[in-house]
Ligand binder design. Structure first.
Ligand SMILES: [Zn+2]
Length: 245
C-alpha cells in the first residue's frame, strides 16, 4: 500500500513539502525574520492551511499554566542513516525499529532534521538550535519530538552529522539517542507541521530539558541552515500541557 502523501513528503523533505517542490527539488516558500508571519498561502494556494489554520506550530510554550505529566517514551539507538543536505536542510532518515510510544501506540521514527534558531519558545526564549524527531504511523498520524540545544559541551552525534555533511557522505553512522535527552519531561499539545503545507493534527512533544552543542557546532549548523524557524503562531485557546516541576 502506498504511504500517505504526508509521509512521503516528510521522508523527502523537512517537516514536509509540496508535491511541486518535490518534483522540482526547490522550495517555493521562504522564512521571514522569525517574528513576521510568513504568509505562505500567498506563495502557493496549496499552503492555505499555513495562514488559515487555527492549530499551527510553533508556539510560545513559556507562559503555559496547565501542568501535568505527558506519558510517552522514546526508543532511539545506533543506526546507519541516510543523510540529506541541501539549501536550508540537514536531515537524517531513520532506520526501522526506532520510535516514540504514546497512548499505547508506537509511532515509528522517520527522520530527524534541524532548525536554526529553535522554533518553539521555552523558558522565555528561543534557543539557537532545535532537532525535530518526526514520527509517523503508516496511516499518516504524525508525532514530533522537539529537542532544543544551547551552547555548551559538544554533542558527539551532531559532530558526526556535521562531519558527514562536510565530507559529502550519503550515510552516517550515529546513535540517535545522543541527540535527545533521556526520559525528558515534555510539553504536549496539538499543532501542525512547521513547514508548508502546515498540515494540522500533529501530536507535538517538546522536551523541557535543553541539550548542549558547542558554539562551533551551532555556528556550523547555522551556516548550513540559515534562518530556518517559522514565526510563532497564535495559541487560539489550545490546551497545552507543561511538565510538572
Ligand atoms: Zn521541523
Amino acid at each position: 500500500m502506498p504511504l500517505p502523501a504526508v509521509i512521503a513528503a516528510i521522508l523527502t523533505f523537512g517537516c514536509a513539502s509540496s508535491a511541486s517542490a518535490e518534483t522540482s527539488g526547490e522550495r517555493d516558500w521562504h522564512y521571514r525574520d522569525g517574528e513576521t508571519a510568513e504568509n505562505w498561502s500567498a506563495a502557493n494556494p496549496r499552503y492555505a492551511m499555513c495562514d488559515r489554520g487555527t492549530m499551527q506550530s510553533p508556539i510560545d510554550l513559556s507562559a503555559v499554566a496547565t501542568r501535568g505529566t505527558a506519558r510517552f517514551a522514546t526508543a532511539y539507538g545506533p543506526a546507519i542513516a541516510k543523510l540529506t543536505v541541501g539549501p536550508g536542510k540537514v536531515k537524517i532518515a531513520a532506520d526501522e525499529g526506532m520510535g516514540l510510544i504514546h497512548g499505547g501506540r508506537l509511532f515509528p521514527l522517520r527522520q530527524v532534521h534541524f532548525h536554526t534558531p529553535a522554533e518553539h519558545k521555552i523558558h522565555g526564549k528561543l534557543y539557537p538550535l532545535a532537532a525535530h524527531f518526526v514520527h509517523a504511523t503508516d496511516d499518516g498520524e504524525l508525532t514530533v519530538l522537539g529537542v532544543t540545544f544551547e551552547a555548551g559541551a559538544a554533542n558527539p552525534a551532531l559532530q558526526t552529522i556535521l562531519d558527514a555533511a562536510t565530507n559529502g557522505a550519503d550515510n552516517v553512522e550515529l546513535d540517535f539517542a545522543q541527540l535527545a535527552p533521556r526520559d525528558p519531561a515534555v510539553y504536549r499539545y496539538m499543532g501542525s507541521l512547521t513547514t508548508p503545507p502546515c498540515s494540522e493534527g500533529v501530536n507535538w512533544f517538546v522536551a523541557d530539558t535543553v541539550m548542549t552543542a558547542s558554539q562551533e557546532q551551532i555556528a556550523a549548523m547555522t551556516d548550513r541552515l540559515g534562518t530556518s524557524n517559522r514565526s510563532l503562531q497564535p495559541l487560539n485557546g489550545r490546551l497545552v500541557l507543561a511538565p510538572e516541576n
